[in-house]
Design a protein around this ligand. Structure first.
Ligand code: SF4
Length: 754
């Protein structure tokens, strides 16, 4: 007899509600949950194939351990024993920094990953913590950390109420949103236009979002910070600056910012951006005069040499045009769970050993992980633990990292697959299926364009012989602390809970500051695992019951009673309450950002940078006949490197192609369907050509996350259609200097027939 279950889709940031039909433990049908308070039945092709993700025959169900050079099946006890034999010895001999961690993107889609990776990292006591954040979004965390004092206080566009949305370096019709959680973004963008609003897309490519926009500006890659500076310069020149009333007096450093940015006139920067100066001025005027408007920047603005400046300037423009923290502008979500008040933000609390790169949000740039493994000396990385990550495909200079990882003394991968990275593992620990674990989006509810809370209980009973993911991570943590397995994970979890309770009570902004921690622990009960921790965070959160303070408030029990979620209403202005800066103000002019404007000014073409009257002509962006500029792209049917083994998604389509403009193809003798050799200063690869006028001349595009044909990869579908690893071409030494984020867009390449 089939059964039905409701749960939140964990496959991307949109958090759609799914209605699953199950025969036993098998998902036989997936539909959008029409009663979900946020997604209202929306479903994309990935969500529709959620069952295929879960029932993939290549998924590992037992650990693997390397014996005599081969990865062979092992029991959990054998796998843990293997790690316990080697990890503490490496720590003892080489120090804690000799063990590095890499955390992949799926961790943020996983409640246990969000709650139990941190105890693992703390137990390892290593400074070599890396994650997908530094190939993706670190500049936004750093810019918000400096501006608002909290790297997680990221304003999101109030898409449902805005009348002008300017999308910069993002393709939300395909990605379904990023650093902006909004199920059914295609429908929401259609609604924006249906109510008379305008959508402007600024992107080197006519993406699917750009094709359906009111206007598309085909900017040259990596020039977003210049464009945004010119918008500010226009606001200054035309006296269009108007802060939101409630922020007047709350902004520090405005005069300094205006002084620095007035030089970047539209006339000066337009040729470098490949745009017409007047069009930039019109954009500034439209943003200033539309009562509800917003700029939203994403991957194209962060994965480039000016990632932090571009991220900062997005919020500077929103502020100066009166659209920060107001309805229809860029607003701060207020999620249901408690978020511990952070100390005022700063970077550089420690630096990487080899290249001296600064820490940010507790991490070092992953672009330097290869250097830390291959460079001898005190603190050299000898062991690596990856959790849900495939850095060989996801991070720059992938071939060098692949070779470095192969030489480690120990590689432990928490991963359901033998991937390009985990093929080198000494131990692979496969986590249980998403169907067997509870789900609540700690990360994405803090980025949602509407305040909502949604909890999904496990759909399928856990296998008593397989550790839950939280048990797996706490076992690794205990081994890192020198304990021998088997580990009493319930006791370890009680310790984690006690720390979380103490953290909530110690938070001066929490409502529970006067509560007795033992009373809270008693109220939370004896059940170990993520549900108990989540209950604490919900009850201590802004809508929570406060353990008796508000009997009608939220708790996990209340959320369980609402399987389609609870709508907590539209976003509300949150400043100054959300500010965490030491001054209590918006710090608009962080010294490092202002200093970096000199480097940005150096990008302006000499002909217009001089004091001579600026030209209004747009640069043509045409290639010089040799060098083209490589950018990435996203496809609706993929998600980074982790969706390529789903047969229904792949459908045998060739998604990994080099897209280029017909003019660039013709002058190189390249034809659609032919093979091109693409060469950068770092590496070279051969790839199928796709000729399209969606790209502006001089720019070529290759998607990321492919390259599944390395020896030992056990992903049948992905291997059959492997594509190429775009990170063979990216340079691990090319970074946004403020955040340390890798430069994955705007890579100079030469392209020729293979
Ligand atoms: S848009 Fe994202 S969350 Fe929604 S169904 Fe697709 S993959 Fe799942």
């Amino acid at each position: 007899m089939p059964s039905t279950a409701i749960r939140t889709c964990p496959l991307c940031e949109a958090t759609c509600g799914l209605e699953l039909t199950l025969e036993g433990t098998e998902v036989t049908r997936v539909r959008g949950d029409r009663d979900d308070v946020f997604s209202r039945g929306y479903l994309c092709p990935k969500g529709a194939l959620f069952g295929e993700f879960e029932h993939d025959p290549d998924r590992l169900t037992t650990p693997r351990v390397r014996r005599d050079g081969e990865l062979v099946e092992a029991t959990w006890a054998e796998a843990y024993a293997h790690i316990a034999d080697r990890l503490p010895a490496i720590q003892a001999e080489h120090g804690h920094d000799a063990v590095a961690v890499y955390l992949g993107n799926p961790n943020v889609h996983n409640l246990s990953g969000q709650l139990y990776v941190r105890p693992l990292v703390k137990a390892l006591r290593t400074r070599n913590v890396h994650s997908a954040s530094s190939v993706d979004q670190l500049p936004k965390h750093v810019s918000c950390g400096e501006l608002f004092g909290d790297p997680l206080a990221i304003p999101v566009p109030d898409v449902d109420r805005t009348d002008l949305l300017v999308v910069l370096g993002a393709n939300p019709r395909v990605s379904n949103g990023s650093l902006m959680t909004a199920p059914d973004l295609p429908g929401r963008l259609d609604a924006l236009r249906d109510r008379g609003g305008r959508l402007v897309v600024i992107d080197p490519k006519r993406t699917r979002t750009a094709a359906k926009a009111d206007e598309h500006l085909a900017i040259l890659p990596g020039t977003d910070a210049l464009l945004l500076s010119a918008v500010v310069a226009t606001l200054i020149q035309e006296e269009l600056i108007a802060l939101p009333d409630h922020l007047d007096g709350l902004v520090k450093g405005m005069d300094e910012v205006l002084d620095q940015l007035r030089w970047f006139t539209a006339g000066r920067v337009a040729p470098t951006c490949g745009l017409e100066a007047e069009r930039i001025r019109e954009l500034a005027r439209a943003l200033a005069t539309t009562p509800r408007a917003c700029v939203y920047g994403r991957l194209g603005t962060t994965t480039q040499p000016y990632g932090t400046l571009a991220s900062w300037l997005v919020d500077v423009v929103n502020l100066l045009t009166g659209h920060l923290d107001v309805d229809g502008g860029a607003m701060f979500p207020h999620p249901a769970h408690h978020r511990t008040r952070r100390r005022p933000f700063r970077t550089g609390r420690w630096h990487s050993r080899v290249r001296g790169l600064p820490e940010a949000i507790g991490e070092l740039p992953v672009a330097t992980l290869t250097d830390e493994i291959t460079t001898p000396g005190d603190g050299q990385v000898r062991a690596l633990i990856t959790v849900a990550g495939n850095p060989v495909l996801s991070t720059p200079d992938g071939e060098a990292l692949d070779a470095a990882i192969a030489d480690l003394d120990l590689l432990v991968c928490v991963d359901p697959y033998v991937t390009a990275t985990s093929r080198h593992a000494d131990v692979i620990l496969p986590p249980p299926s998403a169907l067997q674990r509870p789900h609540y989006d700690l990360a994405f509810s803090a980025l949602a364009i509407r305040n909502v809370a949604n909890y999904s209980p496990p759909v399928v009973a856990p296998d008593p012989n397989v550790p839950d993911e939280w048990e797996l991570l706490l076992t690794l943590a205990a081994i890192a602390l020198g304990q021998q397995p088997p580990i009493d994970t319930a006791a370890a979890d009680a310790f984690v809970l006690r720390q979380a309770v103490d953290g909530v009570i110690a938070d001066p902004t929490a409502r529970l500051a006067t509560h007795d921690p033992d009373e809270l622990l008693a109220a939370l009960g004896e059940r170990p695992g993520p549900d108990r921790l989540l209950d604490l965070l919900l009850r201590a959160g802004p809508y929570g019951d406060g353990f008796g303070l508000d009997p009608d408030g939220l708790s996990l029990a209340e959320l369980r009673d609402h399987p389609h979620g609870i709508d907590l209403g539209p976003l509300q202005p949150r400043l100054p309450e959300a500010l965490r800066t030491a001054s209590g103000h918006i710090e608009l002019a962080p010294a490092a950002f202002v200093a970096d404007l000199t480097r940005l000014a150096g990008e302006v073409e000499p002909a217009t940078a001089a004091e001579a009257p600026p030209s209004d002509a747009a640069g043509d962006g045409l290639s010089d006949g040799a060098t083209l500029t490589l950018i990435g792209r996203r496809h609706l049917r993929t998600n980074n490197s982790w969706s390529h083994n789903v047969a229904g998604l792949a459908k045998g389509q060739q998604l990994c192609t080099l897209q280029l403009h017909p003019d660039d193809a013709t002058c190189r003798g390249l034809v659609d369907g032919g093979t091109a050799r693409v060469t950068s200063t770092t590496g070279s690869l051969e790839v199928t050509v796709e000729v399209t006028d969606d790209l502006r001349p001089g720019v070529v595009s290759l998607p990321h996350g492919f390259g599944h044909d390395l020896p030992g990869v056990e992903q049948t579908v992905a291997r059959a259609n492997p594509g190429v690893n775009s990170n063979v071409l990216t340079d691990r030494h090319a970074l946004d200097p403020i955040s340390g984020n890798a430069v994955l867009n705007g890579i100079p390449v030469e392209v020729a027939p293979a």
